[in-house]
Design a binder for this molecule. Sequence first.
Ligand SMILES: Nc1nc2c(ncn2[C@@H]2O[C@H](COP(=O)(O)OP(=O)(O)OP(=O)(O)O)[C@@H](O)[C@H]2O)c(=O)[nH]1
Ligand SMILES: [Mg+2]
Length: 428
Amino acid sequence: MAKRGSLYVLGIFLPIWTLLIYIFCKELLLIRKYQNIDNSYTIDSQKAKEKYDSSRRRHYFPHLKLSRNSYDENALNYTRQDDFNHVYPRENATILMLVRNSELEGALDSMRSLEDRFNNKYHYDWTFLNDVPFDQDFIEATTAMASGKAQYALIPPEDWNRPTWINETFFEERLREMEDDGVLYGGSKSYRNMCRFNSGFFFKQSILDDYDYYFRVEPNVKYYCDFPYDPFRIMRLKGKKYGFVISLYEYEETIPTLWDAVEKYLETNEGTILPKEESAYAFLTDSGLVGKHYPIIEANSNYNLCHFWSNFEIGDLNFFRGDEYKKFFESLDIKGGFYYERWGDAPVHSIGVSLLLKPDEIIHFDELGYFHSPFGTCPASYAVRLDQRCRCQSDDESVIDIAPHSCLMRWWKNGSGKYFLKEEQPQV
Ligand SMILES: Nc1nc2c(ncn2[C@@H]2O[C@H](COP(=O)(O)OP(=O)(O)OP(=O)(O)O)[C@@H](O)[C@H]2O)c(=O)[nH]1
Ligand SMILES: [Mg+2]
């Protein structure tokens, strides 16, 4: 009876057990199969990564002549992984922005970009200047955005406003004329204050007294690439006093008599300043063929209208505070051209540094991608763009570097030249 019962149980449960074992084995096989697929994906993606990495490495290191000008022998040995927890040494420098309360959004955009690309490692101070007091919203938002200290200063009226010796009747007349002629900002009074302030007064602000270097930033600009070095450090170690990224031609109708004033200054100061052959005078006056291009504008004076675009500049404050620049600025200021015309701080700074400094005291920061509407600059080398995580294309039509309306080639010819990575750098 018991034997019949166990056969009965076996008869019912055997197929069930067989089915369960079958399902279990099938699952096991499926799992193995998927594991194999996973493995093969991992292997494939590893292979792809290795292939990509090795082709990148080929781009980075062998005998390529990369077009850059970093003056930093180790620029390409920099590895991002080493950056964590690294404390970066800082120079005696500040980032500097002259700005209106109404430009807060643009100021924050520029700050965000420069913090991401450079200052989040260094935490340099941000110094904000204004001709009226900054409002609370402006101070709160910019302080929050800065990774370093943020400080704010009110420009004294005598450094900002029109001097009393400006002939008001003539000034109003000239404003109307320039406005009617369609000159950019031709009818603006505040723009003229700003240009004169930036030409001759920003470096006198007491908030800057203890700094050696400044990095000018404007609202609504972009930095396209990670900075591969601290530009302030390059300035100090290599004895540079002025740094730029973009150079282009000025609108002549804003400076009809600027060069006359410069020539008077040169006559008066001959023998006390650098001889023309030792300065970058030729950069300002060469209007011959460079590469494929003559200057895009035929100027009415010996000045070819080339200038460094001053919305980006890194400079040595001690140079601007020095007697030579002071004398240069005062000799121009007294002519009244900041008001009767519309002299910009860009040509004034550029002429000043080109006449008073040796060419190799001026540096073109070749690898710092940058945009201020409507022009930008972007490193020409593909490997550099990868390495610095650039978000720009060097053939974009806004990129001015070697376009006909750029003066960069004129700088290469008449300034401190163009150097290539792995070529010997000039001794400074
Ligand atoms: N506080 C203050 N800042 C000013 C004033 N005008 C211009 N600025 C600042 O001076 C710098 C140059 O002014 P912009 O208006 O950018 O002049 P621009 O670069 O020639 O012209 P855009 O093409 O308009 O940028 C910027 O940082 C401005 O924020 C002003 O009246 N007061
Ligand atoms: Mg601007």
